[in-house]
Design a protein around this ligand. Structure first.
Ligand code: NAD
Length: 364
């Protein structure tokens, strides 16, 4: 049995979650996975119901699950609340509460969508990158962190960038283990020509690399990596990097694929993984059956791979998404002339059908 907690959240979250569950139910039948669902409140909906974006009951339910699927949180209704009461505070709270120190962001160009990339088709075709970003350390969490007035009447603001051997080692292990299931290459990105924390980063990653002799490991400066992602993105398999560099590079890599509605993510490292689309709650299109559910469905595929360790089931879903796109089905955000425009539900139905029919989908 696989116990999955569903956190649909706000805006389009509910609609896209329904489609992910629809697809997982079909995969479950085919792969003999007995899903047990539990839905809990998080984000704006939790503020309305319980006065807090992440109720204790929700976190407790997640801790006991085999995996957690999150839609998206936030919306104009809650924008004026103080920071710690806003829906987004729930996101930080759940990451901290579940000890999720590794963020996995795939950037894959599906062949039928190659023209949506901001790069020329010949550079974009075949791109399949996994950015592994450290999520709970580095510049975003380092102390001291303050602002003070200076004698000249201005201010001095300080952030601290620190990493420990343990923090680097555990995220490096995630990257090398992921590379073992992919194309056997890790590119570790740092700024070790300038930063002391990056020199430690490079040393520790080098040590971990020696434990994985079959994996090719290269080190790259972050400025070079930013450039190489645009010049020759196919050279990358797994990119391993710090919190801030990963924040920036994963967005850059994402744009190679061209569409926000297609990007899944996983946060892992604790006892249970959290899977969510990269996009937000898109409040202006909520409730209209036009949101693209594919990022949510691909997040569910990551849950199959990383939390249930069922690579075959994950591949079934990814292949189904590609097949549906190849047949020309598009939601509004990725629609192009000559393609078949479908809504959220119809897109979910098509993916579920493609999963069920496997290799015969679209052949009759
Ligand atoms: P957004 O990602 O919600 O939307 C950006 C643009 O992309 C909009 O035009 C939207 O309509 C479109 N879009 C996004 N997802 C789509 C989908 N699946 N299908 C079709 N179109 C899609 O970002 P935003 O507008 O900056 O933020 C809206 C709300 O979401 C805010 O409250 C923000 O704080 C929140 N947010 C939440 C998360 C999260 O839950 N992880 C992430 C980012 C933003």
């Amino acid at each position: 049995m696989a116990k999955i907690v569903l956190l649909p959240g706000d805006g389009i979250g509910t609609e896209i979650m329904q489609e992910a569950v629809k697809v997982l139910e079909v995969v479950g039948e085919m792969e003999d996975i007995d899903f047990q669902w539990e839905t809990a409140d998080m984000g704006g909906v939790a503020i309305d119901e319980h006065g807090t974006p992440l109720p204790d009951d929700t976190l407790d339910a997640c801790r006991e699950a085999d995996g957690v699927l999150l839609g998206a949180v936030g919306g104009p209704k809650w924008d004026d609340l103080p920071g710690d009461l806003r829906p987004e505070a729930g996101l930080l709270g759940i990451r901290r509460g579940l000890g999720l120190f590794a963020n996995l962001r795939p950037a894959r160009v599906f062949n039928p969508l190659v023209d949506a990339s901001s790069l020329k088709a010949e550079l974009a075709a075949g791109v399949d990158i996994l950015v592994v970003r450290e999520l709970t350390g580095g510049l975003y969490f380092g102390r001291p962190r303050f602002r003070e007035e200076t004698e000249t009447g201005g201010f001095r603001a300080v952030d601290t960038l620190e990493y420990t051997t343990e923090e680097i080692r555990r995220i490096a292990l995630v990257a090398f283990e992921a590379a073992q299931k992919r194309r056997q290459k890790v590119t570790s990105v740092d700024k070790s020509n300038i930063l002391e924390s990056s020199r430690l980063w490079r040393e520790v990653v080098g040590e971990v690399a020696r434990e994985f002799p079959s994996i090719e490991c290269e080190h790259m400066f972050v400025d070079n990596c930013a450039m190489q992602l645009l010049r020759d993105p196919k050279q990358f398999d797994v990119i391993l990097t710090t919190n801030m560099f990963g924040d920036i590079l994963s967005d850059e890599a994402a744009m190679l694929t061209g569409s926000l509605g297609m990007l899944p993510s996983a946060s892992i490292g604790g006892s249970v993984g959290l899977y969510e689309p990269v996009h937000g709650s898109a409040p202006t299109i909520a409730g209209q059956d036009i949101a693209n559910p594919l990022a949510m469905i691909l997040s569910a595929a990551m849950l199959l791979q990383y939390s249930l360790n069922n690579v075959k089931a994950a591949l079934r879903v990814e292949k189904a998404v590609e097949d549906v796109l190849r047949r020309g089905y598009r939601t509004q955000d990725i629609w192009q002339e000559g393609m078949q425009l479908v809504g959220t539900k119809a897109m979910g139905d098509e993916v579920a059908k493609a999963v069920a029919e496997g290799g015969t989908y679209g052949k009759s």
